[in-house]
Design a protein around this ligand. Structure first.
Ligand code: NAD
Ligand code: UFG
Length: 336
């Protein structure tokens, strides 16, 4: 299939491009490099043996997007492009609504103009809010988000659902990711956050490599086995493979489909620290701090729907996730 990957130089996008190319698909990348680096395109070339076509453009630029569609005629879109820093979204909500929602609406209008009505969207477990029960299934009611970033995901899901009701030609897959960590086994591509990382694993790897002094653990009074927050960490390569499998649901008549992409297992912050120390041989000093605003105690997926309908299941365990995050950080201490 001829696939346009928006946000394709980002963390999850770049790993997905590799898996798509290795599965024999034609890939075109679009990214404005606001949170990534063009070097990623060469790194993908190094892994796969061929450099994908890359367009440095902003999805909000209608004219540029139209030209891209005229030149490339994609058959399906995998839509990763978006801003994702929770704290920044609280400080700059308009920037998030403009970029994530405005950009997506612009993309969808262009798709409609060219009769390309097949899209896989990067949603998030954040749309469940604080779930009533775990593991969460796809039919759990969506919850209240605690920040504008989360609302952009929830609202874009709604926009895509409305499109499917209005026009039966649309085929939409909403993939709700849990917590991606890890990197390509080669250490060639990986997560490259700007500034001080917001997320747990890149923070730990930067402590391990000596860039940060210690980890701050946000709260140890939650109702979990050791008091720290529990999440469903998933290897980014497993997540990427989930997108390749989800392409079957872009076949004509598929309509709307929603899948959790997680492992079904929950690990606490301190479990992750321990597993990382074992995998890397490096000690991670930490200090217990106040809970972070908006965090919940526990969330993990019931991923059985994706296994049943897509034949997809996460294969890597926590050991590989930690080893691969560490390999990437060690080989690229300053990112790309
Ligand atoms: P990322 O920041 O590494 O990748 C996103 C890419 O989109 C970046 O390369 C950025 O430059 C690009 N981009 C942003 N705005 C753009 C615009 N207007 N035009 C063109 N390109 C633009 O993030 P990621 O971790 O790879 O996440 C990919 C997607 O998955 C995002 O939509 C994110 O919200 C979603 N998601 C991520 C996580 C996570 O924990 N990483 C969890 C759930 C959902
Ligand atoms: N944590 C710390 N210290 C840190 C960073 C995180 O203790 O420095 C803790 C958090 O309190 C939480 C756990 O580690 O208990 C995981 O935190 P992350 O920030 O890595 O991930 P979140 O579950 O908060 O959020 C992530 C993505 C969101 C996405 C959400 C659900 O960042 O974009 O998963 O998919 F919406």
């Amino acid at each position: 299939m001829r696939i346009l990957v928006t946000g394709g130089t980002g963390y999850i996008g770049s790993h997905t491009v590799v898996e798509l190319m290795e599965a024999g698909h034609d890939v075109i990348i679009l990214d404005n490099l606001s949170n990534s680096n063009e070097a990623v395109v060469d790194r993908i070339g190094k892994i796969t043996g061929s450099r994908p076509v890359f367009y440095n453009l902003d999805m909000r630029d209608g004219e540029a997007l139209t030209k891209l569609f005229e030149n490339e005629r994609p058959e399906g879109i995998i839509h990763f492009a978006g801003l994702k820093a929770v704290g920044e979204s609280v400080a700059k909500p308009l920037m998030y609504y403009d970029n994530n929602i405005g950009g997506t609406v612009n993309l969808l209008k262009t798709m409609e103009k060219f009769g390309c009505k097949n899209i896989i969207f990067s949603s998030s477990a954040t749309v469940y809010g604080d779930p009533e029960h775990v593991p969460v299934t796809e039919d759990c009611p969506k919850g209240s988000c605690t920040n504008p970033y989360g609302w952009t995901k929830s609202m874009i899901e709604q926009i895509l659902m409305d499109l499917c009701i209005a026009d039966k030609e649309w085929n939409v897959v909403l993939l709700r990711y849990f917590n991606p960590i890890g990197a390509h086994r080669s250490g060639t591509i990986g997560e490259n956050p700007n500034g001080i990382p917001n997320n747990l694993m890149p923070y730990i790897t930067q402590v391990a490599v000596g860039k940060l002094d210690h980890l701050n653990v946000f709260g140890n009074g939650y109702d979990t086995h050791d008091g720290t927050g529990v999440r469903d960490y998933i290897h980014v390569v497993d997540l990427a493979k989930g997108h390749v499998k989800a392409l079957v649901k872009l076949a004509p008549g598929s309509g709307l489909n929603i899948y959790n992409l997680g492992t079904g297992k929950g690990y606490s912050v301190l479990d992750i620290v321990k597993n990382f120390e074992e995998a890397s041989g490096v000690n991670i000093p930490y200090e217990i701090k106040e809970p972070r605003a908006g965090d919940i105690a526990t969330i993990y997926a019931d991923p059985s729907k994706a296994e049943k309908e897509l034949g997809w299941k996460a294969e890597f365990g926590i050991k590989e996730m930690c080893e691969d995050s560490w390999r990437w950080q060690k080989m690229n201490p300053n990112g790309y």
